[in-house]
Design a protein around this ligand. Structure first.
Ligand code: 5GP
Ligand code: ZN
Length: 136
């Protein structure tokens, strides 16, 4: 993808403050950081979202995320870490090249409001699980 921001970072055409790199992934700091140390872990090939990740890339990106999360924890002294990963506009994605946010969190930082949760019946849970098993 010629004009994809993250492809351009992978190719070295745009600057990035890099943290880690391996054959399949690149990790660097987010230019719009929720807290210092807010990192992004991306796959190197242009893959738009989670639906298109192959097994090699999905394994590699989570291994890299694990390493980056430990580094963010050690370097920032944060109280916790939230992983955030968005797919498609409805999912909150703004850069359409697969990435995982590694977000350092601090007690009471109130960064991410939690969604209002309902409590489905066991029958509803079982029915949905059946629908998912049918397509997995
Ligand atoms: P999304 O909303 O797709 O989950 O996250 C995209 C993230 O990419 C945003 O948090 C945004 O700040 C970050 N971002 C966008 N452009 C650049 C860039 O050129 N460099 C870096 N390091 N991050 C970027
Ligand atoms: Zn791309």
């Amino acid at each position: 993808m010629d004009d994809c921001i993250f492809c351009r970072i992978v190719r070295g055409e745009l600057p990035a403050s890099k943290i880690h790199e391996d054959e399949h992934t690149l990790s660097f700091l987010n230019i719009m950081a929720a807290h210092p140390g807010h990192a992004l872990v991306i796959v190197k090939p242009h893959v738009a979202n989670i639906y298109d990740l192959d097994e090699t890339l999905s394994a590699a990106v989570f291994q890299a995320t694990t390493r980056v999360a430990r580094a963010v924890k050690a370097a920032t002294g944060c109280d916790g870490i939230t992983l955030f990963q968005a797919n498609e506009v409805a999912g909150g994605q703004t850069v359409f090249h697969f990435h995982i946010h590694v977000l350092p969190r601090f007690n009471d930082d109130k960064l991410l409001p939690f969604w209002p949760a309902s409590s489905p019946s066991r029958a509803a849970l079982d029915a949905m699980a059946e629908r998912l098993r049918a397509v997995i």
